[in-house]
Design a protein around this ligand. Structure first.
Ligand code: URC
Length: 315
């Protein structure tokens, strides 16, 4: 049976990298997982086994560590941009590079007065995410987060839904709303490919690279504020409020996608022992971990094209 090769990519996944920057006695750390996926003129390695166009995944791994040492890690996005450009521009057969970064947060241990210079505790915060893709012409930069777990203990209702013979859910006018947010947002900045504004004298692109850390911090803040400020009639409504608040406040973003499990908290029935268990009196809930409702949607700036993949689980 004749066959042909379809889409393919390869690289080293989940390079775990910790970088320590020493500023006198005070240390700073970056803790990342970096995944490299390369594609291009790679038919032959699949068809005949010729490795002539293959940059070994082992080299990709070494490059990640070498770049961290030589260039530092200004931010997840900036590091991804450096690597993506390097693989495409230094290796002929490689035409596209995709770098995914997860960043784990650490806090300084504060024993007694002041913060410790070199002792850290891993935080229970969300994980920061970035994905940089480069095809030799332009970058696509997605930033995001996962495991941002939030809860409103009131200001959430759910009623007015379709009821059929299988419906047992009771309408709720005061419920807990909790979720663990996975979200990716897309920057309109592409390194100058879309509207290259070049300085006439130098020929250099003038569109400035965004301040990735500031953008992340502000976006996270808007997500949290919108979650807290929305009086919710459904998790879907809350999601849309979170997305539109981010796009309205961050002009540099065109699209944001969410995957949000509804972390159900069911009021426990205590009537068997004569105890009323009402939200208004400080109820006891059963925090169910599964199954969970899974609410997913993209919010777009009007006129923008949806480019973030629908399925975020592998992104
Ligand atoms: O916010 C919600 N959205 C739903 O679609 C849904 N479905 C459900 O059973 N509970 C909820 N809650």
């Amino acid at each position: 049976m004749p066959t042909i090769l379809g889409q393919n990519q390869y690289g080293k996944a989940e390079n775990r990298l910790v970088k320590v920057v020493r500023d006198g006695d005070t240390h700073h750390i970056k803790d990342l997982s970096v995944s490299v996926a390369l594609s291009g003129d790679l038919d032959e390695v699949h068809y005949s086994g010729s490795n002539a166009h293959v940059l070994p995944t082992d080299t990709a791994k070494n490059t990640v560590y070498a770049f961290a040492k030589e260039h530092g890690i200004a931010s997840a996005e900036a590091f991804g941009l450096l690597l993506a450009r390097h693989f495409v521009e230094s290796t002929e057969p490689i035409q596209r590079a995709r770098i995914r970064v997860e960043e784990y947060a650490w806090e300084r241990i504060a024993p007694g007065a002041g913060e410790h210079a070199h002792s850290f505790v891993r935080t229970g915060r969300e994980t920061r995410l970035a994905q940089i893709t480069y095809d030799g012409e332009g970058f696509e930069v997605l930033s995001g987060l996962k495991d941002l777990t939030v809860m409103n203990t009131t200001a959430s209702e759910f009623w007015g839904y379709i009821k059929d013979r299988y419906t047992t859910l009771r309408e709720d006018y005061d419920r807990i709303l909790a979720t663990s947010v996975t979200s990716w947002w897309r920057h309109s900045w592409d390194g100058g490919a879309a509207q290259p504004e070049t300085e006439p004298e130098t020929g250099r692109e003038t569109e400035p690279e965004p301040d990735w850390d500031a953008c992340y911090a502000r976006t996270r803040e808007h997500l949290l504020r919108a979650f807290a400020d929305t009086y919710s009639l459904s998790l879907q409504q809350t999601l849309y409020q979170m997305g539109s608040r981010v796009l309205e406040s961050r002009a540099e973003l065109d699209e944001i996608r969410f995957s949000m499990p509804n972390k159900h908290h069911f009021q426990q029935d205590l009537s068997f022992c004569g105890i009323e268990n009402q939200a208004k009196d400080g109820a006891v809930y059963h925090a169910a971990d599964r199954p969970y409702g899974l609410i997913e949607a993209t919010v777009l700036r009007d006129g923008a094209r949806a480019r973030i993949p629908v399925d975020l689980t592998n992104l």
